[in-house]
Write a protein that binds this ligand. Structure first.
Ligand code: COA
Length: 360
């Protein structure tokens, strides 16, 4: 038995390939490096959804219309919902969206975290949510809804790069959860909610907020090694390091580090903050190599995500919501692929409890 299902192949997919030994991610035949250099999130969404719906309209317009359509749900936010963590609030709002298997349902699910996250951020700050624009680019609209003013080109490019980078990633925990639910033919909203729930934990999508906590706790580059050693001595896991599949550096870490360096060059990230992150990263890699010489634990996607989202102005407690903005595209595509070509997913368990007494 393999309790973490590592090396178990549970689906055939045309969507993405994660090569853990080579450190390579391919989305529908295109390597991540090429994808981030030339694409907006809408382009990657169109790529992921291609062939899974009977007809595909122009995605930017259809996604813009979906953002406008879901905005009305923010009117139902009350004090109880605002008292939840942002990811729980988004989950509650998304649970109001109807199930269905058509493209309109899919696009509303993709639009939902993009509209609800800035809305929740503003409501938590005592401000009114800003309406989406049907004609803006997806990333630009998310930033405008959060910041209350048009974002800079660099900010938009950085968020686009982030959303493209996290759009899909093989059979990770949340995508598997989404495919399991989709395999019961429950509908796209149910599948996406399953994915969202699996993304919430710190071992999957919940790590980047704690990465910033780690930077704050380390404080200065000079203190980084000491803090890392103490954390490992307390048997803590270092957030932003290690991966179930990658045995080398996560290629998404480099895609995002590139975006962070561009932001730093444009003055949007304090060079001291970047220097602290680099010091913590090198101290962590050295300490993990000493602690686990037989297991390569390298930087993963979450480490530079933290700096990137911080510099764009997202509060750290909303980082997982922003991850969900990108990954809903992957969940929806995988759910459709599962429904169209897969079977009910129903593995076996091995019973290790007591047996009823044999009758005398
Ligand atoms: N910090 C410290 N030790 C780590 C570690 C980390 N980030 N990642 C793995 N390890 C250790 C484990 O404790 C384990 O040690 P043990 O054999 O003494 O128990 C060993 O390395 C093997 O790890 P394992 O638990 O088999 O890895 P996994 O494949 O189950 O876990 C992660 C993968 C991502 C969950 C894990 O690396 C982790 O917790 N990382 C931190 C959270 C994070 O960044 N999540 C985002 C992932 S994209």
């Amino acid at each position: 038995m393999n309790s973490g299902l590592e090396d178990v192949v549970a689906a055939e997919t045309v969507l993405s390939d994660v090569d853990g030994n080579a450190g390579r991610l391919i989305i529908r035949g295109i390597s991540l490096d090429d994808l981030v250099a030339h694409s907006r999130y809408e382009d990657v969404l169109a790529l992921l959804l291609d062939g899974f719906f009977p007809a595909m309209p122009s995605l930017p317009e259809a996604l813009g219309a979906a953002r406008v359509a879901v905005f009305k749900h923010l009117a139902s936010v009350d004090a109880g919902l605002l008292a939840l963590s942002p990811i729980e609030a988004i989950r509650a709002l998304m649970a109001r969206l109807p199930d269905g298997d058509d493209l309109a349902t899919a696009l509303q699910l993709v639009a939902a975290p993009a509209v609800f996250t800035p809305g929740i951020i503003r409501l938590r700050a005592g401000l009114a949510p800003i309406e989406p624009s049907a004609t803006a680019g997806h990333a630009a609209d998310v930033l405008a809804m959060m910041l209350g003013k048009p974002p800079t080109l660099q900010q938009t490019a950085a968020l686009d790069r982030y959303l493209v980078t996290v759009a899909d990633h093989g059979l990770n925990a949340s995508t598997f959860a989404a495919r399991v639910v989709a395999s019961t033919q429950a509908g796209l909203a149910s599948a996406v909610l399953a994915g969202l729930s699996a993304l919430k934990g710190p071992l999957h999508g919940g790590a980047p907020g704690p990465v910033l906590d780690m930077l704050d706790a380390a404080g200065t580059p000079a203190n980084a090694a000491l803090w890392i050693d103490d954390a490992l001595a307390r048997d803590e896991r270092l957030m932003g390091f290690g991966h179930r599949v990658y045995r080398v550096r996560d290629p998404r870490a480099d895609a995002l580090k590139g975006a962070v360096e561009l932001l730093a060059a444009s003055g949007a990230i304090d060079p001291a903050r970047l220097a602290l992150a680099e010091a913590v990263e090198s101290a962590a890699l050295a300490a993990l190599r000493r602690k686990k010489p037989d297991r390569r634990l390298d930087t993963n996607v979450e480490f530079y995500t933290a700096l990137l989202l911080e510099s764009l102005g997202f509060p750290r407690e909303t980082f997982t919501c922003v991850f969900a903005m990108g990954r809903t595209g992957g969940w929806v595509a995988h759910a459709r692929e599962q429904v169209l070509g897969g079977r009910l997913i129903r593995p076996m368990s091995k019973y290790v409890g007591p047996r009823p007494q044999q009758a005398a």
